[in-house]
Design a protein around this ligand. Structure first.
Ligand code: ATP
Ligand code: MG
Length: 672
């Protein structure tokens, strides 16, 4: 016989929240539901994220400790924002909640337990570029003959392994289903995976997928840890569940446990990441895994005016593979239909967007409440130029990110190497910055370094220069090489431990990198400012490892804005892709480049299959449902291309398919 007994901690109930008044009936039922498993499935803007936020507040109000709550969100920023909102509602310290992306939570669990997997605590996280570098190194020494037959390049290998990890399939299956043209070389690819995995352990490096895959492995192989974390995370909550892949789903199952308390929210109509392995059946077949789950549906949209919602409903109704929903508007009409605007050219489109933004600002619309959304990052280029010319502040949350820029990564390579002296990729990146050292000398230097005691010791037993200055380097490189060594010395203290991140960054820029930038880059000053911003950002971290993890996570697939942008992001128009805009909302949204071949993407049209086009349509649905008050749908009639000249564009089929009375056509003419 066993008895269940609940221990209540003393706490001040907030009494500040009137749950009934702030939530509708369905939301309230979900927020206050008893422990167990629950699924909230509802359309865009129906308050799913709000429901999760209030659920967290409710749990805290009922005496649950913040660290017993695991909140998995699409971006770290989303988790932070939810924590802030909860903090405004309750008296407990909401920052103690475990919140973040799957990757960042994986990182936290692995930092504590890396040894169990043959890694050391100080492991580095490689981004896509680092991963490619390491893969190339492995490929080079694998003995696989890549010249006589078609063998995938490093990047493609990375994609194959990533899909295998994320879908919990074998490499063989992935080749069979997604890369049949590599069937002939499958055994070489399988061998490469093994070698690559060994190399990662050897160099104490993980790639992004490892942050999930190894977390799952850790929990599957270690009963004691599994139990420990299940006991800790009494309540697991997941936002945007429609875009989880099999690996993430497994991580949730493991951390929750069969009897655990789990609440997931999502919308199958917004599933837009199948190309990255997301599997919408995770949400559609939730009841298969969790037969006792309560299901909550919300059928009211609180975000958008009826005119925007009608358009969104009409759009998504054209998809077949989904749970039918007909969202009702909670808000009254403001009398404006979504605008459909055809423009002569892409530059006219950019002018239209910029001019309309200025007018909206004049009307008193807050710039932060305006967004320009597009299918592909390059669609934003002309708009960026136009906004710059007209002095309209904007932030970009798509495309090359702050942390992926060469200069940021160069500086990080010094830091990573100082912290993890087995990190071959960072060592190679760093030494190749030295004029006169190429791939061959770099590889030799690495071998020599590996022979030293310093490369193996947990803390540095001597200074870096004591080892490095002795090494044989090409004559041309000698002065800079020594300078590198002395700079590395400054990155550790007398006890051999790393100094703080801002101190490190200062030493690296002043010691070597400033000179390098001057010689190497045209826009040296801009980059210099970036590094200053990096240093400012790093100031909030005392532990370099924590900082470097953040850096890698921020440049990864599930990214937030860069810190430079985060600081300015209060007063700017947002430019971003539909993918990145998921879960967010603005008063005014411009959806641009709505021409067939651009949106939907040409590839989806060419492939012809329904499923690719349905996913594009879901992305269009996500895009338009970001708008609260005004929606502008624009496309250029002519696309001018340097090589092929003028090309006539047809409006996107997503627009052409819409009933005509759902939009108002704006005829734009140029004039004075
Ligand atoms: P998405 O599908 O885009 O992620 P969502 O379902 O998560 O949307 P939320 O972002 O939580 O929706 O809510 C959309 C907007 O509606 C927010 O501004 C939110 O504050 C508001 N809202 C939600 N529920 C209510 C409510 N009961 N009363 C008032 N406002 C609400
Ligand atoms: Mg949401």
């Amino acid at each position: 016989m066993a008895r269940n007994y609940t221990l209540h901690t003393a706490h001040e109930p907030s009494n500040r929240i009137d749950y009934k008044a702030e939530l509708n009936e369905q939301q309230h039922a979900a927020v206050t539901s008893p422990p167990g498993q629950a699924l909230v499935i509802a359309g865009a803007g129906s308050g799913k994220t709000r429901t999760l936020t209030y659920r967290v507040a409710w749990l805290l109000d009922n005496g649950i400790q913040p660290e017993s709550i695991l909140l998995l969100t699409f971006t770290n920023k989303a988790a932070r924002e939810m924590q802030e909102r909860v903090q405004a509602l309750v008296t407990q310290d909401a920052s103690r909640i475990w919140g973040g992306t799957f990757h960042s939570i994986g990182n936290r669990l692995l930092r504590y337990n890396a040894e169990r997997l043959g890694y050391r605590k100080g492991f580095s996280i490689m981004d896509r570029e680092d991963q490619k570098d390491l893969m190339e190194t492995v490929l080079g020494s694998s003995g696989i003959d890549t010249t006589t037959y078609r063998f995938p390049k490093a990047e493609v290998l990375g994609d194959i392994f990533s899909l295998a990890d994320n879908t919990l399939c074998s490499v063989k299956e992935i080749i069979h289903t997604r890369y049949p043209y590599f069937e002939e070389v499958a055994s070489g690819i399988i061998k490469m995976r093994k070698l690559y995995q060994e190399k990662k352990r050897e160099t104490n490096c993980m790639d992004f997928d490892d942050l999930l895959a190894l977390t799952v492995q850790l929990l599957e192989e270690n009963e004691d840890l599994l139990e420990r974390y299940r006991r800790q995370f009494e309540f697991v909550l997941v936002d945007e569940y429609q875009d989880t892949n099999s690996l993430q789903c497994r991580m949730v199952e493991l951390l929750t446990g069969p009897q655990g308390n789990l609440m997931v929210v999502g919308d199958d109509a917004q599933s837009i990441y199948s190309w990255r392995g997301a599997d919408v059946t995770n949400i559609l077949e939730f009841d298969k895994h969790w037969p006792h789950a309560r299901v909550h549906k919300i059928e009211v949209n609180y975000r958008s005016v009826p005119e925007v919602l009608n358009l969104a409903n009409a759009t998504i109704a054209m998809n077949r593979g989904q749970i039918p929903k007909n969202l009702q508007p909670a808000r009254p009409s403001k009398g404006m239909l979504p605008a459909l605007v055809a423009l002569d050219s892409s530059s006219a489109q950019a002018s239209f967007v910029a001019q309309r933004i200025l007018e909206l600002m004049d009307e008193g619309v807050d710039v932060n409440e305006i967004a320009v959304l597009y299918r592909a990052h390059f669609h934003s280029m002309e708009i960026q130029m136009e906004l710059t010319q007209r002095g309209i502040p904007f932030q970009i949350t798509s495309g090359l990110r702050f942390f992926e820029q060469a200069h940021v990564k160069d500086v990080a390579a010094f830091m990573k190497f100082a912290v993890n002296r087995q990190d071959e990729v960072s060592f190679m990146r760093m030494v190749r910055l030295c004029e006169g050292i190429g791939n061959v000398s770099a590889a030799k230097l690495w071998q020599e370094w590996l022979k030293s005691d310093a490369s193996k010791a947990e803390t540095m037993p001597c200074t870096f220069s004591e080892v490095l200055v002795q090494m044989k380097v090409p004559k041309k490189a000698k002065t800079t090489w020594d300078q590198f060594a002395f700079t590395l010395d400054e990155l550790i203290d007398k006890e051999g431990r790393p100094v703080t991140p801002p101190m490190m960054i200062r030493s690296i820029t002043e010691g070597v990198y400033e000179d390098y930038m001057k010689a190497k880059f045209k826009n040296y000053e801009q980059r210099q400012q970036d590094l200053e911003q990096l240093s400012n950002f790093s100031d909030r971290f005392t532990d370099p490892l924590e900082f470097l993890s953040q850096l890698s996570l921020l440049s990864g697939v599930d990214t937030d804005n860069n810190p430079a942008q985060q600081q300015q992001d209060r007063d700017a128009v947002t430019l971003t892709t539909g993918h990145q805009a998921k879960g967010l909302e603005w008063s005014v949204v411009f959806a641009v480049w709505l021409a067939d071949g651009m949106f939907p993407h040409k590839r989806a049209i060419d492939e012809g299959g329904d499923s690719a086009l349905e996913e594009e349509r879901r992305l269009f649905y996500v895009t338009v449902t970001r708008a609260k008050d005004e929606l502008y749908l624009t496309y250029p009639v002519i696309n001018h291309q340097a090589r092929d000249g003028d090309i006539m564009m047809r409006p996107s089929r997503f627009i052409a398919d819409l009933p005509k009375d759902l939009v108002e056509v704006w005829n734009v003419k140029s004039g004075w």
